[in-house]
Design a protein around this ligand. Structure first.
Ligand SMILES: Cc1cc2nc3c(=O)[nH]c(=O)nc-3n(C[C@H](O)[C@H](O)[C@H](O)COP(=O)(O)O)c2cc1C
Length: 178
């Protein structure tokens, strides 16, 4: 069975990124995948230090990514790029975590510009040899898409579901045995 792991790069309690990834994982489960979410706001992950191999939860989290056939990365747009929270997690990662892994990308913006953040995510995942699918979801005015914790924008839910489909298809192509 395909396992899809979401990695949420926001530390906010009522994160729109986290809720958007939940919608991707809901759709992935409907397609027959197992799912798990790494909420980087709820883990112990000190600032990456190149002289220290393991810190806090790093080994457990890397193992979760390594074992997954697919990873969906979500980040809020911070100053036109992705968040330092995701960057810190990503600095722990290498090709070992992303070998033969299908990857999907989600960016949530307070304003209207998520394009550069998605491009930056795409190029940094290329650095660890993840197989990023062409489909991606950017959400502008992200807080307007939610009523509290609930995603109320049907078009965004449809797009997040489409991303789940693309990622699960790519994971099955890469792992016909799963
Ligand atoms: C430090 C910081 C920088 C931000 N920079 C931008 C930005 O450049 N463009 C934008 O549209 N929104 C920006 N925002 C707003 C967030 O992208 C937006 O609120 C997002 O939905 C937050 O996601 P979250 O709810 O998952 O934390 C910024 C927010 C913070 C805290």
């Amino acid at each position: 069975m395909i396992t899809v792991v979401a990695v949420s790069g926001s530390r906010r309690g009522r994160s729109t990124t986290r809720r958007s990834l939940d919608a991707v994982l809901d759709a992935a489960r409907e397609l027959g995948a197992e799912t798990e979410c790494i909420d980087l706001g709820a883990v112990d992950l000190p600032l990456y230090h190149p002289d220290i191999d393991e810190q806090g939860d790093s080994e457990r989290l890397l193992g979760t990514v390594r074992d997954a056939e697919a990873v969906v990365i979500g980040s809020p747009v911070y100053h036109g790029s992705y968040s330092s929270t995701f960057r810190n997690f990503h600095d722990y990662c290498s090709k070992d975590e992303y070998r033969n892994t299908a990857v999907g990308l989600v960016a949530t913006a307070g304003g209207g510009s998520y394009g550069p953040a998605l491009e930056h995510l795409r190029s940094t995942v290329r650095g660890v040899h993840g197989h990023t699918v062409p489909e991606q979801v950017g959400i502008r005015g992200a807080s307007d898409a939610f009523d509290g914790e609930t995603l109320t924008d049907a078009d965004i839910r449809r797009r997040l579901g489409g991303l789940a489909g693309a990622v699960v298809d790519e994971a099955r192509r890469l792992h016909p045995e799963a």
